[in-house]
Design a binder for this molecule. Sequence first.
Ligand SMILES: Nc1ncnc2c1ncn2[C@@H]1O[C@H](COP(=O)(O)OP(=O)(O)OP(=O)(O)O)[C@@H](O)[C@H]1O
Length: 285
Amino acid sequence: MTTLTETPAERRSAGAPPVEAADVHVRLGASPVLRGVDLRVAAGEVVALLGANGSGKSTLVRTLVGVLPPTSGEVRLFGRPLGDGVPWGRVGYVPQRVSAAAGVPSTAEEVVASGLLHGRRLRLPRGWRDRAHEALELVDLADRRRTATQQLSGGQQQRVLIARALVRRPDLLVLDEPVAGVDRPSQEAFAATMARLVADGTTVLVVLHELGELAPLVQRAVVLRHGRVVHDGAPPRPRPGHEEAEHEHVHPHAAPRSERGEGDMGLAEGPFEAGMSTTTDEVAP
Ligand SMILES: Nc1ncnc2c1ncn2[C@@H]1O[C@H](COP(=O)(O)OP(=O)(O)OP(=O)(O)O)[C@@H](O)[C@H]1O
């Protein structure tokens, strides 16, 4: 819908897909990590990004949200090339394996409120506490809002980081392995949160090692191998045994390198072999 407050650029990009990447290449050091990735995510889609360790999933999402510059190719978010023109307030990003407890002691609500700062916004807006409370409610942690993040479990800290992305009420949510190594209650709380957001029309691009609790929500899977898209379409079906509630997984980062399949591309090489099953979840205290 066109409104009087829209600029011509906003009108042009109004119907643009949240994510468009064309022939994206990224080199890190001497290595080509992404080799010509094309990706389009339409409004309201839920897309899982899968692939073996080191296939380039994190590099791709970091490039899409402007953390890493592409060596060549183009990325547009909501129709705007990466840069100041992107409506960053509409984009929520949950990076991989960042502790919410790093640095100075902060309460959960302070960490969440920091998600309201982006681009040129350097001061928290009025009503930030209510916004933080609302976001913490979404991840079922409103009762811990005044708790120092150091005192939260690993899974709860991850939920705080998800709330930090949600506090912007984003139209596009990009998550890099949001449930890796978190306890089952946090995985379930996360899946319930995602279901609500998806029902509200949020577009989601999520890096996963396996679909797990999110399987019912994921409409499309994009599989990377050696920095290229090797599958873009139907999500994989769970492999035998993986649908059982008691089946337990370990995130590859939690296992020693020798157990992760690194250097053994056969282990998680196939487009539908992105999930790994080894021993047990890391359960936060
Ligand atoms: N800063 C860096 N400098 C050089 N190489 C890097 C850098 N960051 C990542 N790489 C390499 O780029 C490749 C892709 O890494 P990336 O983290 O994107 O893969 P991934 O698919 O997300 O893996 P994982 O599932 O283990 O998180 C890997 O070979 C990795 O070693």
